[in-house]
Design a protein around this ligand. Sequence first.
Ligand SMILES: Cc1cc2nc3c(=O)[nH]c(=O)nc-3n(C[C@H](O)[C@H](O)[C@H](O)COP(=O)(O)OP(=O)(O)OC[C@H]3O[C@@H](n4cnc5c(N)ncnc54)[C@H](O)[C@@H]3O)c2cc1C
Length: 412
Amino acid sequence: MTTYDLAIVGGGIGGSALAAVMARQGRSVLLLEQSETYVDRVRGEWIAPWGVVETRRVGLYDLLRKVGGHHLSRHITYDESKDPAVAASQALPLGIFAPDVPGPLCLGHPLHCQTLFDAAREAGADARRGVTVTALTLGPSPALAFEQDGETVAVSARLIVGADGRTSQVREAAGIALHQDKPHHWFAGLLVDGVEGWADDLQAIGTEDDFGFLAFPQGSGRVRVYGGYALGEAKRFKGPDAARRFLDAFAMRSSPENRHLVAGRPAGPLYSYVNADSWTDEPYAPGVVLVGDAAGWNDPIIGLGLSITYRDVRLVSDLLKASDDWTPAALAPYGEERRERMRRLRAAATLQAGLDMEFGEAARERRRRHFERAAADPILGMHAVAVMAGPEVPPAEIFTQAHRDRALGPEA
Ligand SMILES: Cc1cc2nc3c(=O)[nH]c(=O)nc-3n(C[C@H](O)[C@H](O)[C@H](O)COP(=O)(O)OP(=O)(O)OC[C@H]3O[C@@H](n4cnc5c(N)ncnc54)[C@H](O)[C@@H]3O)c2cc1C
């Protein structure tokens, strides 16, 4: 039976990045990915400035840029309570949140995964596709079995890593409980091609009537768009012409530039998710550690899953490189940092969702008052600093109920 230092289940962003980092350190790494090819599953394609810093710290930023990683430099928040010209004149420069980072980085998810998987293999990892994990033994002598091309292979490892996403088989096998907030809104995403006229460096969000939108260009007329709508509208974007009706929902008086998105062509599937936060108390147990979504995920309304995953990779790889003790006690600093990071980001996401993804008269009035008061008291918009610069940057009081009450009004 072959023995590896690390056996990583899941070759998405987290698993492949960790495999590349550890294989570059000369560790023996087995990387197991169930899919044969990476396809558009409507997953993250926008990395926050603090996440870009994490990609640098693990030595993968240059690679992401080389394969087409595209920086954005400006943000506009449109809203039905704002004059669009005034909203555009208040565009936020995005190069202010992290040293030497021009702004968020956008890259298609399938290409991102493939690039990291190839990097892991190039660095010497035993990286395999089309694999089904059939047995997992955790505890003091970790081992697993998998099937590939009709053959069953059994291996042992010093540590098994669960990087297998939201429905993690490894988390389940380790008996690590996943806590979840109640869903807040529907969130659908679509890749759009042929978008002429939308500035390549401009991201925008906005809410009007019963729909909230987000748009993140990837260069060359391609834009990843997301739309949020009320939980009661499960069937709103179902059926054969759903992608067209979804794009038509972007036509907004308060964001006239959206006409360019409406005129674009769907270039991938339209998938809808219910947005909420989830978390684990301790993303590790004897013989196992979880990274990325497997360890719990933040509501995608603030687009931080990739940044969170890259930080997980950095923290876990630093601990594994620093010592030969790979026990839960040695991994505790990762768990501690992640717990507070996810708590803060949960507060930031629920505040943002309460602002952008609630609809109707009361929500409209709440947004209008928020914009008015935040213009006079920038502290009320500080949760956005957590999104862009990192959750550790704003003071602790930003992540309290008292702050939420100040930012949204006590009734929210
Ligand atoms: C609608 C939506 C929009 C989002 N937008 C953003 C955004 O703009 N920015 C951002 O930062 N984040 C965003 N995210 C979150 C981001 O996509 C995730 O946080 C990120 O992909 C997590 O990476 P991961 O490697 O942990 O998991 P995944 O990307 O889910 O990868 C897991 C991998 O494991 C494989 N796998 C699963 N089970 C097994 C198994 N048993 N054996 C072997 N392989 C297995 C899968 O095939 C997959 O390749 C969004 C998420 C959603 C749902």
